[in-house]
Design a protein around this ligand. Structure first.
Ligand code: ADP
Length: 319
């Protein structure tokens, strides 16, 4: 181990091998650290401040990680180039994942390989237990794969340290969970405000709540909102983070027909207008008609991928 105990010698070696102009990089990254030791340090959450103070950079990776915290994920473009490993915006290459349940091994991802392009609205369908949520959790940095490579925008997520994954989840990923996951003792507005506090370029929380049709419910607590309204807060929260990718697990499952359509329209628009890439798990096959790409998953396999060259608008879809 060198420096950060989370980094193995092998990983450190790989990192150095990947960086051709290593000295220039260190100089560059150090100069940024010197330039701005405390941009927002006082505003940072306590856990990050403690990490920052206790963590005097010793390795190149430490410097990069610290830089990503103080400079909010800014990596020198040439360094980013050298970390690039794939062509597709999102790529899974031979990804395997299994869970142990006592004596049994459950295979949730069995050699999954696929690509998703930037700005796509992608729908994942498949029976219960097929591995859809596992796929989303691995892409969102909430779960790790056993083998294979997962990348976003050319960056290898599957090789990230825990701390890098924390940054990744904070800045790059917006999650909409099946069961909302709102903080119960915060109002709708406070739930959204909390999420954007540490984001790079967040959108206005009030505007996002307006966009999901909750302008008059901002000061309500989750318990005072219906399931559908809570889901809309969760969607506003994810959109307000302004992430690269939006990962949605059954986002309209709890919504009535017209609210569901409204939310899907909003998600689709976030691809077209703000360049996001949206992935939606659904049991509603009608939604596939508005997707750019439909992935059918069964028993941990990608059974089929369809490219939809003429996706319908949400107004044209009925279910
Ligand atoms: P889907 O979202 O398609 O319903 P999941 O990805 O949730 O499927 O699950 C795929 C398989 O992996 C299922 O058999 C499920 O029981 C199993 N699984 C998922 N997460 C875990 C876990 N944390 N521990 C054990 N088994 C799990």
């Amino acid at each position: 181990m060198i420096g950060n105990p989370q980094i193995t010698d092998e990983r450190f070696e790989n990192l150095l091998n990947n960086l051709q102009a290593e000295e220039e990089q260190i100089k560059y990254l150090k100069s940024l650290n010197d330039y701005e030791p405390a941009n927002g340090l006082n505003n940072m959450p306590n856990d990050l401040q403690i990490e920052e103070k206790n963590n005097i950079p010793e390795t190149l990776e430490d410097i990069i990680i610290n830089q990503r915290i103080t400079k909010k994920y800014e990596i020198h473009p040439s360094s980013r180039e050298q970390f690039k490993i794939s062509k597709g915006y999102i790529e899974f290459r031979d990804v395997c994942k299994s869970y142990k349940m006592g004596e049994n091994k459950i295979i949730a991802a069995d050699n999954m390989s696929f690509e998703i392009e930037k700005n796509e609205f992608c729908v994942i369908v498949g029976p219960s237990g097929a591995g859809k949520t596992t796929l989303l959790n691995m892409l969102g940095g909430m779960d790790s794969c056993d083998s294979g490579v997962i990348s976003l925008d050319g960056i290898n997520i599957s090789a990230m340290s825990e701390r890098q994954l924390t940054d990744y989840r904070r800045y790059d990923v917006g999650f909409v969970f099946q069961f909302y996951n709102l903080i119960q003792n915060l109002t709708a507005l406070e739930n959204v405000e909390l999420a954007v506090e540490i984001c790079k370029e967040p959108l206005n929380p009030k505007e996002m709540l307006n966009a999901v049709g909750l302008s008059n419910r901002m000061n309500n607590f989750p318990a005072q909102l219906s399931g559908g309204e809570q889901q809309r807060v969760a969607i506003a929260r994810a959109l307000a983070k302004n992430p690269k990718i939006l990962l949605c697990d059954e986002p309209t499952g709890a919504l009535d027909y017209s609210t569901g359509k409204h939310i899907l329209k909003l998600l689709k628009e976030s691809c077209q207008k703000t360049g996001k890439t949206v992935i939606v798990i659904t049991h509603n096959h009608a939604i596939s008609l508005m997707a750019d790409r439909v992935m059918h998953i069964k028993n941990g396999h990608i059974e089929n991928i369809e490219r939809n060259l003429n996706p319908l608008s949400i107004e044209e879809i009925e279910w």
